[in-house]
Design a protein around this ligand. Structure first.
Ligand code: DGT
Ligand code: CA
Ligand code: CA
Ligand code: ZN
Length: 574
């Protein structure tokens, strides 16, 4: 996948230029990097067909960036980047993934303390060298140390939304082989956990040797740990470990059940088998030593054990087994059932695309309605909308609604900033004109728990507010949720008939599964949004659905499974 590799290099050049305080260019590289990622064919193939001229047609790619791409395709390198790296030899990519550390700070730290990587940075903090630098203090030193700790704990696990494309590609690569009868990912990936440690693939084949040989020749394989005919373990170039097991058809269901887990769910199933005098393992469900009762499919196994089939997203041994025994599992919300995306940023603020581009992509994605929710004014770095700009945007949306009348409905909205005291940065009389108002915290993350809770409650109960966006503010592997009494927020949503969001952006997934389950129990309605900053991001809707399924939500719990008419009716009832 040279596309992803190239996108990364362009992003890196952008960061280096930002480090050197070059104007505008960093954003151009960022944009070009997005375009390369978005391209649905291999960049090398694309270049062969359309040449440099074709490259220059990609959004964000001008002549000089196009030349760099050509250089990369021909030599595998970009000289400018090599030179930048030589000049400031730091692990820029990793350092800037630490919360609060940008390219400019990396440069400062390198110049004054020769910090090159995370370990250097951690050491400098521990030796109290950071606090004496101009612009830093004891507090910021401690904050960096906390972020490093958080990063190190989290970074061994991969974000589900980030690794899905390569896993899907690998599964397709394997199933394209004539020797593979079927291949399915099991493990935490199949349970759709927000992060995964490694990928556990299962295949059925009469020719396991050939399958394993094919497997280790997948383009993205970087290292082969061990190759056998029943199990082979490899590492991909992106660092992700993958185990492939080849099993017999008659045991496929048992193996799938076993390797899907979770371990806790498996243990509980096995105990039920034992209580019936049977034995359950990865080869099947057995009576006595050799009599196989089930094993070919998971459905058979669950049925023989006396319960409903349990969807993988629920298999955490958190009460699903006793419900399944009583035939009372909820009917989970289905993939592809979201009809409108209600959190979308455009190039009116920090999004990549125009409103119209977002509209067209939404139509292509099969959505019936979307809501434009650009940031508001106190988020100045995004060019947040003030009242005047919002009114102007509303007029623009009216025009687009006329143009796309029978194809989609564009709702007017905003992602309104919650100020420190819980008031909003947009006047009520303007909020009243919007179809859908979301509020969100983007500053003052470190208030004491009761103050933070009160602040958010105050914003949420504003009569013009419909929804709280990304309610806990966490960024997975980067920043923990702010201190917050989420139960109290859920109760407030219930009392005032407000909506809580499941933000489906891969590193947010906020609300998370346990919170969703609390909302379901209390009857608080939710919506699933992508928080799109690019037309590419609509694909994340199903990631939100995964999260909702892990929280046991049904379609009834998620308001944007409704048609536009019913959705608006539900909003107006509030
Ligand atoms: P991960 O990879 O950390 O995101 O989580 P999983 O759930 O994919 O765990 P992994 O890869 O260690 O193992 C895959 C599945 O294999 C796991 O979900 C259940 C099963 N498994 C692994 N170890 C054991 C075990 O000691 N006992 C039982 N019953 N099942 C196990
Ligand atoms: Ca795994
Ligand atoms: Ca594993
Ligand atoms: Zn934004």
């Amino acid at each position: 996948m040279s596309n992803l590799e190239l996108a990364k290099l362009l992003r890196l050049i952008g960061s280096y230029l930002e480090m050197k305080n070059v104007a505008f260019k960093p954003q151009a590289y960022q944009k070009a990097s997005y375009s390369i990622e978005a391209l649905d064919e291999d960049i090398g193939e694309y270049f062969k067909k359309f040449g440099q001229e074709g490259l220059e047609k990609l959004p964000g790619v001008g002549k000089s960036i196009a030349e760099k791409i050509v250089e990369y395709l021909k030599t595998g390198k970009i000289k400018e980047l090599e030179e930048l790296k030589k000049e400031v030899p730091v692990d820029l990519e990793t350092l800037t993934s630490i919360e609060g550390i940008g390219p400019r700070i990396v440069y400062k730290l390198y110049q004054s303390l020769k910090v090159k990587n995370i370990d250097d940075l951690e050491k400098a903090c521990q030796e109290h060298k950071i606090r004496n630098l101009p612009g830093f203090g004891e507090k910021s030193e401690q904050k960096i140390l906390r972020s490093i700790k958080f990063f190190k704990e989290g970074s061994a696990r991969f974000l589900l939304g980030h690794i899905m494309p390569v896993v899907e590609e690998l599964v397709k690569y394997l199933s394209d082989s004539e020797n593979v009868k079927k291949v399915v990912p099991a493990g935490s990936y199949r349970r759709r956990k927000e992060t995964v440690g490694d990928i556990d693939l299962l295949a059925v084949s009469d020719k396991p040797h050939e399958v394993m040989e094919h497997f280790i020749h997948f383009d993205e394989v970087e290292h082969v740990y061990a190759k056998g005919s029943t199990k082979t373990m490899i590492r991909l170039k992106n660092g992700l470990d993958i185990d492939l097991r080849v099993v017999e058809e008659k045991s496929f269901g048992a193996a799938l059940s076993y390797f899907t887990g979770s371990k806790e769910h498996n243990v509980a199933l096995r105990e039920i088998a034992i209580s019936k005098g049977w034995k359950l393992n990865e080869y099947g469900l057995f009576d006595g030593k050799n009599k196989m009762i089930a094993g070919k499919t998971e459905e058979d196994i669950y049925q023989k054990l006396g319960m409903q089939y349990i969807p993988p997203e629920m298999r955490e041994n958190k009460g699903e087994i006793s419900l399944a025994q009583k035939n009372k599992l909820p009917k989970l919300i289905e993939y592809g059932s979201i009809r409108g995306d209600l959190q979308i940023q455009t190039n009116w603020t920090d999004g990549q695309n125009s409103i119209e581009e977002m509209v067209k992509a939404a139509i292509e994605h099969g959505l019936e309605y979307i809501c434009i929710t650009d940031h508001t004014k106190s988020l100045a770095m995004t060019g947040g909308c003030d009242e005047k700009k919002l009114l102007k945007q509303m007029a623009e949306i009216d025009k687009l609604n006329a143009k796309y009348k029978n194809k989609i409905k564009i709702l007017k909205g905003a992602e309104v900033n919650i100020l420190k005291d819980g008031t909003l940065d947009i006047k009520d009389e303007i909020l009243a004109k919007l179809d859908f108002v979301g509020v969100a915290v983007h500053s003052h993350f470190n208030l004491p728990r009761d103050v933070q809770t009160l602040r958010i409650k105050k914003a949420l109960i504003n009569p013009y507010v419909d929804c709280l966006f990304h309610p806990t503010g966490r960024i997975i592997n980067k920043r923990p949720a702010y201190e917050l009494d989420i139960e109290e927020i859920i109760d407030t949503a219930k009392k005032y008939n407000k909506i809580l969001e499941i933000d489906a952006y891969p590193d947010r997934l906020d609300l998370k599964d346990d919170h969703i389950r609390k909302c379901v129990e209390k009857g608080v309605k939710m919506v699933i949004d992508t928080d799109a900053h690019s037309f590419l991001h609509y694909v994340y809707l199903d990631l939100g659905v995964s999260q909702a399924r892990r929280g046991w939500a049904t379609a009834d719990d998620i308001l944007n499974t409704l048609s536009l008419k019913d959705f608006l009716r539900a909003l107006n009832k509030k």
